[in-house]
Design a binder for this molecule. Structure first.
Ligand SMILES: [Zn+2]
Length: 119
C-alpha cells in the first residue's frame, strides 16, 4: 500500500517506517527497497484485503492524479462488515479501481457489487 497512518497522519513509506493499516488497524512496516516500489506491508502476515495486489508504477501514476485523501480509502459493507481498500474513493462516494492485469468477469462483478458506485 502507498499509505499508512503514522501519528494519525496518512503517510507514504519511509525507511524504517512503522504505521497502522487504515483497513484493519494492524501494524505496517515500510518496505523501501530497490526492486519493488516503496510500499507498506502488514507485519508478518498477508494483507488484510484479499483483493489487494502488489502495486506497480502504473497503479501509482494513476492514483497520483488524485488528491491523497481520495487514495486507498477503506470501504465497509454496513451489513456484512466486509472491508476492502478502494484505489480511489471521492467525497461523493464514487470508487475508482485501476486494473492493469487480467481479471475474471465474476471477480469484476463481485467488486462492482461490493462498491456499488464503481468504475
Ligand atoms: Zn490491514
Amino acid at each position: 500500500m502507498k499509505y499508512a497512518f503514522v501519528n494519525q497522519a496518512k503517510s507514504e513509506p519511509f525507511p524504517k517506517g512503522r504505521g497502522i493499516c487504515s483497513n484493519c488497524d494492524a501494524e505496517l512496516i515500510a518496505k523501501c527497497g530497490r526492486v519493488k516500489i516503496w510500499h507498506w506491508a502488514h507485519k508478518g502476515k498477508p494483507p488484510c484485503d484479499p483483493w489487494w495486489e502488489t502495486e506497480t508504477q502504473w497503479h501509482r501514476d494513476w492514483k497520483n492524479n488524485f488528491p491523497a485523501d481520495w487514495q486507498e480509502v477503506s470501504h465497509i459493507d454496513p451489513l456484512s462488515g466486509e472491508k476492502h481498500i478502494a484505489d480511489l474513493k471521492n467525497p461523493f462516494g464514487l470508487v475508482v479501481e485501476f486494473q492493469h492485469s487480467p481479471i475474471k468477469p465474476e471477480e469484476m462483478a463481485s467488486r462492482e457489487a461490493f462498491y456499488e458506485n464503481m468504475v
